[in-house]
Design a binder for this molecule. Structure first.
Ligand code: ATP
Ligand code: MN
Length: 480
């Protein structure tokens, strides 16, 4: 007989049905007349209760049914006598397909710390928390593709190996096949990348944007959704060395259209989660409430996870210019009382996460879109405004996270773009192909980057980005 997944059993199979179920044991409880096994197969947060009559099974089999062991069980579904479930499986045959020595198996049926679970990332998908996150992550990816597909955007795969460092920030991972023991040198004593695989210096992509623009300036609207690599040595709860980024690029969009799209997309995917991941989000909501009991009042969220998600879907984001934000921050209590680590004194300062979170969590109490940033703190490709000192950049700031989206209207005027590249010492010849799109049939266009994991953090309420990607890569950590 084919196995039936637990989700299907719990959401609709009638009592009397004969089935085979396969999964991993979460807990076992024994009473005189019955053994109760909670089995989970990851198709849902809920376990299937299996009831075995100890008289029908050998001691040897029942002994092997321990937390973490894998089972194949056949039997008949019956209405449950106990609380907590409406249906359960009366076991006829139990096959222990893989034992899990209870002395050695690291996951016990109790609450483990997230730090400990990171050390056993190969097993953490077997916990309620991580299987819920994996399911939510999947649903979010599906929602992203659905959102863009329904709008007529094309999914574009941009290269992972590249010779350009889109931001010029220099936080790239080098890619080479040169023998590191005997690196070839040219006559100037520099590393001779001409002998390298691609005949030039290459790295892993930090953004698909520049290539994304090339396609948008032909098919109007595209998005990328791929792995992104940044060798930033910042050990924060919001940065990974390898993360997934969604980058739409749209021809004929100005900065306002860009903000509208970002807001619509974020609302769409959060709403999708609320509608399609109900059980998992309820579990994560409860989990957060439990965690917060150990926190000081001031550190607790004012709204529960589910309330925060509903709030984002139902309310318009606040849109203010960078200049207005600076005024608010300068006048703010934490700035006056010197509570910020970085005090805001003058226009032109780069905003830190603490400032972004102040605006979102304390001042406006809702997501905020900041636009028109000083051009000196932003990338060369952002469109220069008439005032001569700002660019048409926009960042979306979320509660608990800070920046979740960074984007801009792109500079479509060749002369302005080249002038800015020269000022920032970005060699024209490196980006000759990018410049050609401005030479031939240039148009107004815009785009942004959304960090997929930061969005999953928001939707799941997880405080650390290492807990929303299956196998996190961070400084000093590339296990699994
Ligand atoms: P931050 O200031 O937080 O480092 P950034 O300005 O470097 O962000 P962008 O270059 O605009 O970010 O990238 C677009 C989006 O990608 C960000 O809004 C964020 O959601 C995400 N992102 C950027 N860096 C990382 C990272 N190291 N790990 C995970 N997500 C990231
Ligand atoms: Mn960064």
């Amino acid at each position: 007989m084919k196995r039936t997944k637990i989700k299907k059993i719990l959401t609709g199979l009638p009592a009397g049905e004969e089935i085979v179920v396969k999964g991993w044991v979460r807990t076992k409880r024994e009473s005189k007349n019955a053994v109760f096994i909670a089995l989970n197969d990851g198709s849902t947060i809920h376990n299937l209760q299996i009831v075995a009559d100890p008289a029908q099974f050998t001691e040897e089999v029942l002994k092997k049914v321990t937390t973490g062991a894998s089972l194949s069980v056949s039997g008949v579904l019956v209405e449950s006598q106990g609380k907590g479930q409406s249906i359960e499986l009366q076991a006829a045959v139990i096959q222990v397909t893989g034992e899990a020595d209870p002395e050695a198996y690291p996951l016990q049926p109790k609450r483990h710390s997230l730090e400990f679970l990171r050390e056993i990332a190969h097993l953490r998908p077997r916990t309620n928390t991580f299987s819920a996150i994996l399911r939510v992550r999947h649903a979010m990816a599906y929602a992203v593709h659905t959102f863009f597909h329904e709008k007529g955007f094309l999914y574009l795969n941009t290269p992972i190996l590249t010779a350009s460092d889109a931001e010029g920030a220099g936080e790239t991972f080098k890619v080479t096949t040169l023998d590191l023991e005997k690196v070839p040198r040219n006559e100037h004593g520099e590393i001779d990348f001409e002998q390298d695989f691609f005949g030039r210096e290459t790295n892993l992509t930090v953004s698909g944007q520049l290539e994304g623009e090339l396609a948008a300036l032909a098919v109007s609207e595209i998005y990328t959704f791929g792995p992104t690599f940044r060798a930033e040595n910042s050990n924060t709860t919001r940065h990974l060395a390898e993360f997934w980024m969604i980058e739409p690029e749209m021809a004929f969009y100005d900065i306002t259209d860009n903000m509208d799209l970002a807001e619509e997309m974020l609302k769409y995917v959060v709403k999708y989660a609320l509608e399609h991941c109900k059980d998992d989000l309820e579990f994560l909501n409860e989990r957060e409430l439990q965690e917060e009991k150990n926190k000081a009042q001031a550190e607790r969220n004012e709204l529960s996870l589910l309330e925060r998600l509903a709030f984002v879907v139902e309310n318009d984001f606040e849109r203010i210019s960078y200049t207005e934000a600076i005024d608010i921050l300068r006048q703010s209590t934490p700035n006056k009382k010197k509570k910020f680590q970085y005090l805001i004194d003058a226009w032109g300062a780069d905003l830190q996460s603490e400032h972004e979170r102040f605006l979102v969590e304390k001042h406006f109490k809702k997501p905020v879109i900041l636009y028109n940033y000083p051009r000196d703190i932003k990338a060369f490709y952002m469109r220069q405004n008439e005032d001569g000192k700002t660019v048409a950049a926009m960042d979306v700031l979320f509660p608990g996270i800070g920046e979740i989206v960074g984007g801009s209207q792109r500079e479509e005027r060749l002369d302005k773009l080249v002038q800015r590249m020269d000022e920032m010492k970005i060699p024209r010849e490196d980006l000759w192909w990018y410049l050609e799109t401005r030479k031939y049939g240039t148009v107004e266009h815009s785009g942004f980057g959304l960090g997929f994991e930061r969005m999953i953090q928001f939707v799941t309420g997880m405080g650390n980005i290492r807990d929303v990607i299956p196998f996190p890569r961070t400084p000093g950590n590339c296990e699994f």
